[in-house]
Design a protein. Sequence first.
Length: 296
Amino acid sequence: MFRFTFVIAALATAGSQAANAVEPPLVLEPSSAWHIDYDDEKCRLTRTFGEAENTHLLYLDMAGPAMAFDMTVAGPGFVDYSDNREVLVSFGTNEPFVEDSYFIGSIESFGPALIMDKIRADLIPWGQWNRSEEKNIAPAFPILAVEPIGSSERITITQERETPVVFATGEMRGALVSLNDCVVSFIEHWGLDLAKHRTATRLPEWANMRSIVRRILSSYPSSTIRGGEQGNIQIRVIIDERGQVTECHQLETNLREAVKSPLCPLMEDARFEPALDAQGQPMRSYFLQTIRYTLP
């Protein structure tokens, strides 16, 4: 499955520098078990770490079957983190990677938050995905890889000049399997054929992406610009056997203030190459779209 992100405004380019810790890491032990929330719009895997005034939150979000998840971390350990310096993320002893697709936010009862998207469990950075190769070797019906994140026992978040925050997660295999099971269950919830999707040879491919993207860019909400908001909006569309959009749902947004988005009305004119079943016949399917509102 292809999952596109459109950057609506250009970001200022900053030089990349390795994070330089000035204090020992803040190591947080779990204070709850993993909890999986089956929502109508997404699956959320949640766990708390630390205690009392030092309690932190970690959760992973997925809006449907995919090879990547969104991750949010929140708590007092991030009070001095800012959105103009790169963040490094590492899972276990794996090499850290630069997370350049994040926003600073806040979560009630926990405080400052880092909201990150498109993290692949196989730790291939978003900018290094080779879509042509992926299309040839990946199953048409995408699922989250369990390794190497599943065997990692900690997640470390670092920003230059700030104290690294370490979530002592322990092994995450079981939690990731539960997250996969949750999002796969969406297929039937959306009224689609799960058996056909498991053996599909192709999911929908957007045929007139360029023309619709131009209209999305020209319809950037002025209220969002004036309010200085940035964040993600996700939509889910159902594609019929002719490649036409029959349903569109705007999912929960992490924008700081709700905005009236033109996405679903514009997607009514989107055209797709339909999904194909195991016999190469067109079938009803879905398409997930992330729109990223980013201000300079």
